[in-house]
Design a binder for this molecule. Sequence first.
Ligand code: KIV
Ligand code: ZN
Length: 405
Amino acid sequence: MNKQPETDRIIIFDTTLRDGEQCPGATLNVDEKLLIARQLARLGVDVIEAGFAFASPGDFEAVQKIAAEVGTENGPVICSLARAIKADIKAAAEAIKPAAKARIHTFISTSDIHLEYQLKKTRAEVLAIAEEMVAYAKSFMDDVEFSPMDAVRSDPEYLYQVLERAIAAGATTVNIPDTVGYTTPSEFGELIRGIKENVPNIDQAIISVHGHNDLGLAVANFLEAVKNGARQLECTINGIGERAGNASLEELVMALHVRRRYFNPYLGRSPESEVPLTNIDTRQIYKTSRLVSNLTGMLVQPNKAIVGANAFAHESGIHQDGVLKNKLTYEIMDAQSIGLTDNQIVLGKHSGRNAFRTRLKELGFELSETDLNKAFVRFKEVADKKKEITDWDLEALVNDEIQQA
Ligand code: KIV
Ligand code: ZN
């Protein structure tokens, strides 16, 4: 029996490059994926789901390159998704082979609605496939994750059976997906508790959660899951992903960080413990958010929690007065804790090159001296026509300059 070590931290499994890329219009090329993967490693994510190796030759190449370049001994685990089909699992195993730490993530649906209309299989058939394909994945490597897709809409009794058999076949992580973003926090918490209580060998696997944001509840659902025993969270930068997106990494990590005293006891710690709940370097959050937004073309709404342009801006006189006297009056976290500088530099026609370069760096742009000079000339032209140059202006301006080059 390969008993999983108890984790004293919450494992952050980033799926920006797999589920995040399933967001309409967000496709990335191999070089862009590598840039993001390197930044995810700097951010400190524990697992990078680098893609779906079987999906296309481009995906295979991206997963393989990320495995080779980012999957170092001290780096994150590199994972590839695979349907519960031999050809998929084989391709995943091949693509992630260069990584020092590699994981196959295989899945099959377990809800009756998926079984009847999509898979056209019986419960017994799916149970057998799950068991057989986990065992097949296990023949390539020890680290195997299994997901019963649409778990939230599956019959819990059947779900418990599938999970038990998957763990017996070698799954070291069992992931519980809310594939259609349907559940609510207390319901999801109960499901995780039910799994802990009714799957006899559950102690041999880490419980993971995966969820979509169709009702805007993904992050709240995950936090309730943590309180009930989930120890891996599958999430994406800026919450990008299929339809309304996935649970957002920055919101989860900062909720666990800011409210650590509340969550500590659920991880068996004293409420006062200052040991971080995740391995994330929160100061890398803003930079990562900008990079993903720039490369995917998915804009971040200004009022988005944590990384939106207004997240640390104070507009009303009363709030401004309060924060000038003591920031704690209206701020629950420091701008610096996510990698922003405290003072907001307003860029205009009187700004110099240094301020321009600094702001670009904060937005995730590291330009060569030549590109910077070109962008600076253009910036001055735009600044002559506008009172204030916003971050959106800067991004458009740099993208134009880089694209023209
Ligand atoms: O949403 C989902 O169910 C998934 C699985 C493949 C984990 O993305
Ligand atoms: Zn998903």
